[in-house]
Design a protein around this ligand. Structure first.
Ligand SMILES: [Zn+2]
Length: 157
């Protein structure tokens, strides 16, 4: 842990507090690259009526737009709270190198954000999940996968 790590996390925490003062969710995130802040964002779920507008998702979008790439290798994310499963997935898709977090999933649960409920769902078989999952038309859908494999202008990610 370097001095900068503390500095960047304090910035993420500061953003989370500013967000609360604006009547939004208590979450902030910062992405850095080469030791400098590349992007900052906050939770905008209620502001945008977008259930996916978590601080980490938003900051990944800003960083990727700024770098003009979907590959954030070499970047580090500082989140004021341990990422939920959606954001964890986004962090992996973005190929971010390292994650720092301050509040834990348990801390979030104690104020009513049940990320842990979703983590539990992931390990359950499909038929035991709270939201119904049904599979159908696989053979038809595979057509797009075959087309992708055969496509010469695909951009791999
Ligand atoms: Zn999240």
């Amino acid at each position: 842990m370097s001095d900068n790590d503390f500095l960047f996390m304090r910035r993420a925490i500061e953003i989370s507090l500013e967000n609360v003062k604006k009547g939004r969710g208590p979450f902030g995130a910062v992405i850095t690259r080469k030791g400098k802040i590349l992007a900052e964002s906050c939770n905008l779920v209620t502001e945008l009526n977008d259930p996916t507008a978590h601080a980490e998702i938003n900051v990944i979008r800003v960083a990727a737009q700024r770098l003009k790439t979907f590959d954030l290798s070499g970047c580090v994310i500082y989140s004021s709270c341990e990422p939920c499963p959606m954001c964890l997935g986004a962090i992996y898709w973005a190929r971010i190198d390292k994650v720092f977090f301050a509040n834990t999933t348990a801390d979030a649960k104690s104020i009513g954000f049940a990320d842990s409920r979703i983590y539990e769902e992931i390990s359950r078989p499909l038929q035991e999940r709270h939201i119904e999952f049904r599979q159908l038309l696989r053979e038809e859908a595979l057509g797009a996968f075959k087309a992708w494999e055969e496509s010469e202008n695909r951009v791999e990610y």
